[in-house]
Design a protein around this ligand. Structure first.
Ligand SMILES: Cc1cc2nc3c(=O)[nH]c(=O)nc-3n(C[C@H](O)[C@H](O)[C@H](O)COP(=O)(O)O)c2cc1C
Length: 329
């Protein structure tokens, strides 16, 4: 069974893509990923905060000239598992590119339009085949207009796209007034792909100590519906490749993503829970399903359940909402 598919102009042997996570800081894991049949890997993000803090440490060293740069780096805030310096990050890209032949995608995570985006160029120079830009912004100022927030996203995408020649995808969160509109605008700004959707890790309230506590919960397949819906709505309406992230755990989940119109289905939680070799089982199950259901290739499944193909916009929109509420007995 032919499971190959194109994503942002790259030819992938499978629609299963490993999304950004600390697993891929280790080249041996990336090799294992290729052996297990992944279509591509997205490396952990290089964070704007990390780059800016490192630049500040360098400035301090240049101004004072007394301490070693390496020592200055120890003043960096704690970035949890993300211990890579920017140079180590670029070195990891080089090592991964040498070790595997699947596409290696770099990731930048930030929101302001400043010097840090020149790292897009450095990521390209290190050999990355593409770049994912993770835009994670939480507006908290009631006077900040939503148009301004979205214009900022689009401007950021344009700046990044202008600084590289490799394809750029944008990982977005779902809390936008109009997903189709922002997708059209980021496409017009030069993005080749959209990744739907970022998961926000919500803080919890620890009532015993009256503190906000960070809380990382892995996803379940229940989160997939939101992604399937928006993918099914925008497929072919906006000419942009789509990757789904958030809630892809099983072969059925991946099949649904492609049927809705996605090019690729990305996974992190499932690989953290079940291990990298889980991909082997999924690729086999996807191939078996396609064969049993009369599809000649994965490509022939793409978009068959989108609005465009089913001609049933109501199934994705308000009528579906009414039907669901009405079905409760
Ligand atoms: C431990 C962990 C680390 C992650 N690190 C990153 C990251 O550096 N950059 C990023 O864009 N997404 C990161 N993510 C988000 C994942 O790439 C993915 O989008 C998200 O987990 C939803 O997919 P899933 O349901 O398959 O887990 C991380 C997720 C986890 C669980």
């Amino acid at each position: 069974m032919d499971l190959s598919i194109k994503f942002m102009g790259m030819s992938l042997c499978s629609p299963l893509v490993a999304s950004s996570s600390p697993l891929w800081e280790n080249v041996d894991n990336v090799k294992q990923l290729e052996d297990a049949g992944a279509g591509a890997v997205i490396l952990p993000s290089l964070f704007e905060e990390q780059i800016i803090a490192e630049q500040k440490a360098l400035n301090r060293y240049l101004q004072q000239g007394t301490e070693q740069f390496a020592e200055s780096l120890t003043y960096l805030p704690d970035f949890g598992n993300y211990r890579f310096t920017t140079n180590e990050y670029l070195e990891n890209i080089r090592k991964c590119k040498k070790a595997v032949s699947i596409p290696v995608i770099g990731s930048l995570n930030g929101i302001s339009r400043s010097g840090w985006i020149r790292y897009a160029h450095n990521i390209q120079e290190a050999g990355a085949d593409a770049l994912e830009l993770n835009i994670f912004y939480m507006p908290e100022n009631p006077d900040e207009k939503s148009e301004m927030v979205e214009a900022n996203y689009v401007g950021l995408v344009r700046d990044v796209v202008d600084s590289v020649t490799i394809p750029v995808s944008v990982k977005l969160h779902p809390f936008l007034s109009s997903v189709p509109y922002i997708l059209k605008n980021i496409r017009d700004a030069g993005a080749s792909g959209a990744v739907l959707f970022n998961r926000f890790y919500q803080p919890d309230i620890d009532l015993k100590n009256m503190k906000l506590s960070p809380c990382l919960k892995l996803s379940t397949s229940d989160e997939l519906g939101l992604r399937l819906r928006w993918t099914g709505i925008v497929y072919k309406k906006v000419q942009i490749d789509i990757g789904i992230t958030g809630g892809v755990h099983t072969a059925q989940d991946c099949i649904k993503c492609i049927a809705a119109g996605a090019n690729v289905a990305m996974m992190t939680s499932a690989l953290l829970e079940k291990g990298i070799n889980h991909l082997k089982i999924l690729n086999t199950e996807i191939a078996d399903w396609l064969q049993e259901n009369g599809y000649s290739s994965l490509k022939s499944l793409q978009g068959v359940m989108s609005i465009e193909s089913t001609g049933q916009p109501e199934a994705y929109t308000r009528a579906n909402y009414l039907q669901i509420l009405g079905s409760y007995r």
